[in-house]
Ligand binder design. Structure first.
Ligand code: SAM
Length: 441
């Protein structure tokens, strides 16, 4: 089954993981089912019940990705959630995704039927970025600003093999598999084609099990291999820790509390067993640690184990919201009020009104003063011609430039340590090189 994460096609198919976008910042992951074990009598498949209405999966299956889906107008009463809640949970991610205000929890509406509503949602194919924002968090996760940079620095390309530990909530796993994807295992392979692969290790049994289930539900079997393993102790070989074959990785990402304890296994000639690294390519590594003490220990160990080009980076991804803030006069001229003009034109208009008021009252005072001096007969005033034309407001008077960083960019700040280990170089390689370049003796 092709994965909608990698090759979504043009339309949503049964059993595809789909993101139901309820709002700009809220998406509900759901696996599209054209049947509902709990509601055998109904042909609408499963139903996503949200605060914007009920959406039978049958109205989404075979529709083009990106379609706007209207809520069902009919309340057949079939939207009730019956049966064993534990069994439902296995294939229904609605519940785990519906943690915030947008979506109602799927409570048994057999007792309380969901009313027909006139809302809509957009049905989107999943991407690692969207999955990161909607996945059920079981641990801290790596967010898109970090993993896009990490995969770039690790030079991960289609056909590569990447080792990841620990898998945690599987956020990095999804980004990594997209980066190495070079065809499905069941497809015929050409001789030169190397299938990309993610070898993911997780020490927490339930977490490893959940990531494995998600990988399967997302059509990524054969591309991601999740192993339940303490990598500090049992290293990175596939299957049996002692006798299992080497994954022959060319990229490594360690998101572990003590990455330096795993480094001893990531060498060309380990104390026991085969090296998990591909001997024919340079290996690139990244470790992700929240504090500098951990970074120092990692770097010290890397140096001892001959890793080169060691560097540390912190990704600070902030979108800066810049605007003008005027403190002084509000639209009614009351001092001390704070004005947040929404557009530059609005700001210019307000300023002009304030300035005219100030000028008019100064002129009035002058006229009045003059009239009093000349026997008090005339205390009216006329707006001078020069003040009737609206002048262009100088930009400095539109207010003080202020900036705030946007609060809703999700990222989790950690320090990234990068390094590389050159490929193995044997006497045989040296001979081959000399034969190929005889002048380089
Ligand atoms: N990178 C993951 C993501 O993007 O979702 C999050 C990883 S989480 C912060 C760290 C994980 O490392 C935890 O799930 C923890 O169980 C796992 N872990 C800790 N020590 C480990 C070990 N010795 N071997 C394998 N996994 C380990």
């Amino acid at each position: 089954m092709p994965s909608p994460f990698l090759t979504p096609g043009t339309t949503a198919q049964p059993n595809d993981i789909t993101l139901l976008h309820l709002r700009r910042d809220q998406a509900l992951p759901t696996i599209l089912r054209d049947y509902d074990e709990d509601n055998m009598g109904y042909k609408e498949g499963k139903v996503a019940n949200t605060r914007f209405g009920s959406f039978p999966h049958s109205t989404m299956i075979n529709r083009p990705w990106g379609s706007q889906i209207a809520a069902s107008k009919v309340d057949t009463g079939s939207r009730g959630r019956r049966g064993n809640p534990a069994k439902r949970k296995a294939d229904d991610l609605d519940e785990s995704g519906a943690t915030t205000t947008g979506a109602e929890e799927d409570t048994p509406s057999a007792k309380k039927p969901v009313a027909a509503a006139s809302g809509f949602l957009h049905m989107m194919y999943p991407t690692p970025e969207a999955w990161t924002l909607s996945l059920p968090h079981r641990t801290q996760v790596v967010y898109a600003p970090d993993y896009s940079y990490i995969l770039h620095r690790l030079r991960v390309r289609p056909g590569d093999t990447i080792i990841e530990a620990g898998a945690g909530s599987g956020s990095f796993t999804h980004a990594a598999v997209r980066a190495v994807f070079n065809g499905y295992p069941e497809e015929p392979q050409t001789k030169k084609q190397r299938l990309g692969k993610v070898c993911s290790f997780e020490f927490h049994e339930q977490r490893a099990g959940r990531v494995r289930e998600e990988i399967s539900e997302h059509g990524l079997d054969g591309l991601v291999q999740v192993t339940h393993r303490d990598v500090y102790q049992d290293a990175f070989n596939v299957g049996d820790p002692k006798t299992g074959p080497s994954p022959k990785a060319n990229a490594i990402f360690l998101d572990l509390p003590a990455p330096w304890l795993a480094l001893k296994h990531l060498v060309r000639k380990p104390e026991s067993g085969e090296s998990p690294l591909d001997p024919s390519t340079t290996t690139h590594i990244c470790t992700f640690s929240p504090c500098l003490e951990q970074v120092e220990r990692t770097i010290r160990t890397m140096r001892k184990l001959s890793w080169l080009n060691i560097s540390m980076v912190e990704v600070q991804c902030r979108r800066i919201d810049v605007r003008r803030e005027r403190i002084g006069l509000d639209a009614t001229g009351i001092r001390g009020a704070t004005v947040f003009p929404t557009t530059v034109e609005e700001a210019a208009d307000k300023l002009w009104v304030d300035e005219q008021r100030a000028k008019v009252s100064r002129t009035a005072a002058k006229v009045k003063h003059g009239a009093e001096e000349s026997n008090g007969e005339d205390d009216t005033f006329v707006l001078p011609e020069s003040l009737r034309e609206k002048p262009a407001a100088p930009s400095y008077s539109l207010g003080r430039l202020v900036h705030r960083s946007e609060s809703d960019i999700k990222t989790h700040t950690s320090y990234l340590v990068f390094a590389m280990l050159p490929r193995e170089w044997s006497e045989e390689d040296e001979q081959k090189c000399r034969q190929r370049y005889p002048s380089n003796k």
